[in-house]
Design a protein around this ligand. Structure first.
Ligand code: AMP
Ligand code: MG
Length: 423
């Protein structure tokens, strides 16, 4: 009787010297791609999701004036009593949009609201709950510090200081900061143009009835979503059947307008080799075997003036390859300064199966145990066709290249999904 090998034969390729580790593939992608050159000026609000083309220096001190951090009374700190209490006269009111114009003299104070500029002569705010008001008089006691409850001019930003470097992607917090500078327009990189299509004779579009052997195309939906959230100008070129002419036409069309072309399917071992022939003819494309799971094959290179990323067809491989490689490469094309995704270590509640010789991106559920400690468990079956393993997950469990199975209770690295599929 033939002996059944204890391993999946395709895994032999994982020790193939021509295969790249996840780190090597990342390095090569990042060193090859270069930001596009185009830039444009846009209204600040339209900069949301875009990448700054220039450094942005502050135009003003933020805040512009020393101002009150609380509702209360502004006074000179010299008037804080050293013992007992003291009575001051309230000589006016300062509102955020309506400063007190006069000069506050010793023995006087001003009713002040949060954000109002500190009146001349004052440097300290006593919050209203800590003082006793009686008509135009205010009694204050002990326990106050000179300068308390005051926000200093320029405390947030000084005029001329660089607020954001070129390459910063503008999110909600950055947009708010640009607003605080009073800017109307900023220079951003032009939008990246990305063409994408699926390949496969078995793929059907929504609205049709499936025949034997057919499946609905899901990768184009995943890509539509992540590309839109990334903020690129995405062109969906549909499903391209597995025939040389259609594939070649699709690549030529895409390369005529796109900065980047993303496909799914057709690049794995055992797929028709004509795809490789066409790609080699149209450009310089490398066919990588990355020691990772899911998502082993990745075609990467140039087709005319466009960058090309040929992802595997399996839906979960698309998600993993997108997140680990394609999205960071596109961000770099968009001019963005890259940072590695947020990850941290938590204990796994259960044993995680794993073979050495490839990095695995298993799907996990991060949750708190009874002690309030963050722990992770697997979503179960990890097949690269099981998209549900991604839907149920809120993180990748990243098990390094050399690691074997991880026993329950051990620490593992997790990359939370929050922000993963866009942002
Ligand atoms: P391939 O990489 O073309 O060999 O495809 C690998 C597996 O992924 C096959 O089972 C395909 O049917 C499936 N697949 C390929 N493209 C898609 C797609 N766009 N949507 C869903 N499944 C796909
Ligand atoms: Mg295929």
């Amino acid at each position: 009787m033939a002996v059944t090998p204890a391993y999946d034969p395709s895994c032999q390729d994982d020790s193939d010297p021509t295969s790249l580790t996840v780190e090597q593939a990342w390095e090569r992608l990042q060193s090859d791609v270069e930001p596009i050159r185009g830039r444009e000026k846009v209204n600040v609000r339209h900069a949301l999701g875009r990448v700054l083309a220039d450094d942005v220096p502050s135009t003003v001190d933020v805040p512009a004036h020393d101002n009150s951090a609380m509702d209360g009374y502004a006074l000179p700190s010299e008037d804080l009593p050293a013992e007992g209490s003291r009575v001051l006269s309230v000589v006016g009111t300062a509102l955020a949009g309506k400063p007190f114009e006069g000069m506050v003299k010793p023995g006087e104070c001003v009713r002040i609201m949060t954000g109002a500029p500190m009146p001349r002569g004052t440097d300290t705010v006593i919050i209203q709950e800590q003082a006793e008001r009686d008509g135009d008089l205010l009694r204050i006691g002990l326990g106050h510090q000179p300068g308390q409850n005051v926000r200093a001019a320029g405390e947030d930003l000084k005029a001329g200081q660089v607020v954001f470097r070129a390459g910063t992607r503008i999110g909600a917090a950055e947009l708010g900061m640009l607003g605080s500078l009073g800017l109307v327009e900023v220079a951003v990189m032009r939008r990246l143009r990305v063409a994408f299509f699926s390949t496969g004779d078995e793929l059907q579009t929504a609205g049709t009835t499936l025949q034997a052997g057919q499946i609905y195309d899901s990768n184009r939906y995943t890509l539509y979503a992540v590309l839109n959230r990334l903020g690129v100008e995405a062109t969906d070129m549909g499903v391209v059947p597995d025939d040389p002419e259609s594939i070649e036409t699709a690549f030529r069309d895409a390369a005529s307008f796109a900065d980047a072309i993303i496909t799914s399917g057709g690049v794995s071992v055992g797929e028709a080799d004509f795809v490789k022939d066409i790609l080699r003819r149209l450009g310089e494309v490398n066919f990588w075997k990355i020691a990772m799971r899911p998502g082993r094959p990745l075609a990467f290179g140039r087709i005319r003036n466009a960058w090309f990323f040929g992802m595997p067809g399996n839906p979960v491989s698309v998600v993993a390859t997108w997140y680990q490689f394609v999205q960071p490469a596109l961000r770099r094309l968009m001019g963005q300064e890259l940072s590695k995704p947020l990850s941290f270590r938590v204990r796994t509640l259960e044993r995680l199966r794993k073979r050495p010789g490839r990095t695995e991106f298993q799907r996990g559920i991060l949750e708190r145990n009874e002690d309030g400690e963050l722990v992770v468990r697997s979503t179960g079956a990890q097949g690269s066709g099981i998209l549900r393993s991604v839907n149920e997950a809120n993180c990748f469990i990243v098990i390094p290249h050399d690691s074997a199975a991880v026993p329950a209770g051990e620490y593992v690295e997790v990359q939370p999904f929050e922000g993963v599929m866009g942002a």
